[in-house]
Design a protein around this ligand. Sequence first.
Ligand code: DSN
Length: 429
Amino acid sequence: MASKVFKLIAKEIYRQKYGLEMIPSENYVSSDVLKALGSILTNKYSEGFPGRRYYGGNEVIDEIESYAVDLAKKLFGVPAAFVQPYSGSPANFVTTMAVCDPGDVVMGLSLSSGGHLTHGARLNFSSIFYKAVNYSVGEDWKIDFVELEALAKKHKPKLIWVGTTAYPFKLVYKKFRKIADMVNATLVADIAHIAGLIIAGVHESPAPYVDIITTTTHKTLRGPRGAMIMVTKRGLKKDPEIISKIERAIIPGTQGGPHNHQTAAIAVSLEEAFKPSFKKYATQVVKNAKVLAEELGTVSEVHLILLSLVDYGYGMGYQAQYALEEAGITVNKNTIPGEPVSPFYPSGIRLGTPALTTRGMKASDMVKIAGWIKRALEEIRGHDLPKEQKKRKDFLKDFKKKIHKNKNLKVIKKEVEKFAGKFPVPGIK
Ligand code: DSN
């Protein structure tokens, strides 16, 4: 009897094909990436690095990993790359371990300003084992460099993160470099969200300005779940020991055997990123996001849109995510800068165009999609989050029941399914 899992995968295939996947950190990988990911390479143990393994039988695995490393070095113009980190958070843990001793100061953009958990958020390793200091964005939602400089001078961080997960503007690495130099900090760019945009030249590369670069491989880069750490020329000069420190932080520091099927799939996606079609793709991602943002009454210079819902009512992020899901549109609730409610009941949503663009959608399609989003959001008006915390659980239960029966959302879902179904999804017939 076939596993129950395959029935569930079939259900998820339907959702991915007939829905609009707009979580900006998600994408669709190619059939070749899927093939490598589902290969027999998963059977092999390979602790260590090419030519230096703790297990036999790694001749082919060595070739695959070295190939992936070479592709990464060429693509990003860096002298050293590591492709073994299991995903983004482990890559950032490894990097922090390699650069800092426990208790050292690390600085990063606060989560509520669009930063990442591993850049010094409460309850994350980065603030449990290190002294985390957060900088933030100003009223214009842009990074406040006056605050950043003052905090850096006061706390003297060993490591400064520059990287975002919900920031709709381009980053200017030169400004971060200047501040890092003032306090002799190691500057690390976490480009997980924008790696694809950097490869395409739509976004400036941090390589000339930072010491280390980390990235996931499954977002705009369009590879499998995974991550890479890269050391720049500058980083090697700053610390000639950094390569062995990163290696030790990978194994035995934080990981065991590398996921060889994942490494192979990363290599396939890096090959794809060299093609002219990838540049076209990433350029279109940004064009699409710009149009979508304008249609929704805001701005985007990247692949994502951070939409404040304060005009719709109090604490509307959860309700918006849920109503849009009922309409076949997947986004995520997100805090907005200066969040007036809470991270669990935030006042905004985050949405983006990487996955839709992979399916071939263009600017005119974004206008249609914005229309559906606006129509769906009308349905949450009047469903403000109760100010009293204890009433919120029951409120949400009741809201979900009502919205599940909402006729207008059902109409939108039909239109969305008809539209989305016409666009191919790689790996899905
Ligand atoms: N979970 C990722 C995102 O959605 O941005 C960050 O790790």
